[in-house]
Design a binder for this molecule. Structure first.
Ligand code: PMP
Length: 455
């Protein structure tokens, strides 16, 4: 089929996620193939994958080993249900996940996306308290600006106003504690003070409401879709201690941070945090197939283990839960981590990225560069001193990424924060090229729009 026809049909039939289709129709993009850190569109244009195809690609596209593992599994079986029956790759992957994850976690419950893994965590925590005779613990506490996915349960513990406000009356009510956001803090600029006041406010809420709180949901060490905001040192540990003190389950969302993204296998390791429930997705299959998992403790698992008639069973599951192809891809993916010492390599890449981004710090329209391992957010502002943003309607972040696309690199912004999240396997040279393109696009776009913004 010719390219124009495909573009026409994409506009005629598709409805893309998180996309204003008017934007897509103005600048359609149809990807045909990929190789390593490159994506290729139907016209043969190549783009560096600067967002790891939405924060999940690890070893690049068309990795031989992952492809072979999927093909091999395909020759045995593509899928059978996990409802009442297990399958070989799901058993082996569960063992591997428990081996890699924090000590306290002993059980794996599969699903197929980050949001479903969070949805499961919420229902699991809620039912846990019912099952052990504390039915009054029904609420959840979350952090301002949190993002945990788009299903109704996940948005109920989400706090990104622009995404969630329209669904308010659909959502269950969650308690909200402040996030210790260092760059955007209205009054304080000392990191320790910001951390301590945030912990005090969290404790005040827990003190008053702990008897009715089932769990606290927290993105691990960094808020992703809320703007790439990193917790100050010690805050995460403080959250863990408060949850323990007030008998609230700690639900850590590692969907975006897991599998080496932050320079550790899981971001909880940076502060030795031991969650009661942990959600993983994205990088689990190297970014090849939709597998997710909710990991939990033996104590929580046991609270569900009883005669069927006691109604303690966890009545939750999806048709594709524990899909064999996905689990086989995940096993192959994790084997490469081990063989190639990928976590150690990520530390090296992190330093390379840090050096490459250093010169951008002095740019007059870059307000802040936030980096945690191979997750980076580059926040564009109209005025550096006052941190005054560009006009919202100018969509400077979006326009910058369109310019990047013209220059041969893809990513998506969060407001005016440019997300830079390359595949973990990107080479030094590829990282260099990506930062070069990003810098040029930022320079061109911010110059154009700064003139329009009045101080
Ligand atoms: N939790 C976090 C922290 C995320 O970043 C995301 C997705 N970016 C999700 C949950 C939802 O994952 P999915 O898009 O796979 O549903």
């Amino acid at each position: 089929m010719n390219q124009e026809k495909l573009i026409e049909k994409s506009s005629q039939y598709l409805w893309l996620p998180f996309t204003q289709m008017k934007d897509y129709d103005a600048d359609p993009l149809v990807i045909e193939s990929g190789e390593g850190v490159y994506l290729r569109d139907i016209y043969g244009n190549e783009y560096l994958d600067g967002y790891s195809s939405l924060w999940l690609n690890v070893h690049g596209h068309r990795n031989e080993e992952i492809n072979s593992a999927i093909k091999e599994q395909l020759d045995k079986i593509a899928h059978s249900t996990l409802l009442g029956a297990s399958n070989i790759p799901s058993i082996l992957l569960a063992e591997k996940l428990i081996e890699l994850s924090p000590e306290k976690l002993k059980r794996v419950f599969y699903s197929d996306s980050g949001a479903t893994s969070v949805e499961i965590a919420i229902k699991m925590a809620y039912q846990y308290w019912q099952n052990i005779g504390k039915p009054e613990k029904q609420k959840f506490i979350t952090l301002k600006n949190a993002y945990h996915g788009d299903t109704v349960g996940a948005i109920s513990v989400g706090q990104v106003d622009i995404f969630h406000r329209v669904y308010k009356s659909l959502m269950f009510h969650s308690l909200v504690a402040p996030f210790p956001d260092v760059y955007h803090h209205a009054e304080l600029d000392d990191e320790d003070e910001i951390r301590d006041t945030a912990l005090l406010e969290l404790e005040a809420i827990l003190e008053e409401h702990h008897h009715e709180i089932a769990g606290m949901t927290v993105e691990s060490l960094i808020q992703g879709a809320g703007g790439m905001n990193i917790m100050p040192k010690g805050y995460f540990k403080g959250v863990e201690q408060l949850c323990k003190k007030y008998n609230v389950l700690l639900i850590v969302d590692e969907v975006a941070t897991g599998f080496g993204r932050t320079g550790k296998m899981f971001a909880v390791e940076h502060e030795d945090v031991q969650p009661d429930i942990m959600t993983v997705a994205k990088g689990i299959t190297g970014g090849y197939l939709p597998i997710a998992a909710t990991l939990t403790t033996e104590e929580i698992y046991e609270a569900f283990y009883d005669d069927y008639t006691s109604l303690k069973t966890f009545f939750h599951g999806h048709s594709y839960t524990g899909n064999q192809l996905g689990c086989a891809a995940a096993l192959a993916n994790l084997e490469i981590y081990e063989r190639e010492n990928l976590i150690e390599q990520t530390q090296v890449k992190k330093a390379i990225i840090q050096n490459l981004l250093e010169p951008l710090k002095s740019h007059p329209h870059i307000g802040d560069i936030r980096q945690l391992g191979m997750i980076c957010g580059i926040e564009l502002v109209a005025y550096k001193e006052s941190k005054k943003p560009f006009l919202w309607e100018d969509r400077v972040g979006y326009r910058t990424t369109l310019k990047m696309r013209e220059l041969g690199m893809l990513t998506r912004p969060i407001g005016d924060t440019i997300v830079f999240m390359p595949p973990l396997a990107a080479s030094g040279k590829e990282l260099e090229k990506m930062v070069e393109i990003m810098s040029e696009a930022i320079e061109i776009t911010t110059r154009e729009y700064a003139e329009k913004t009045v101080l």
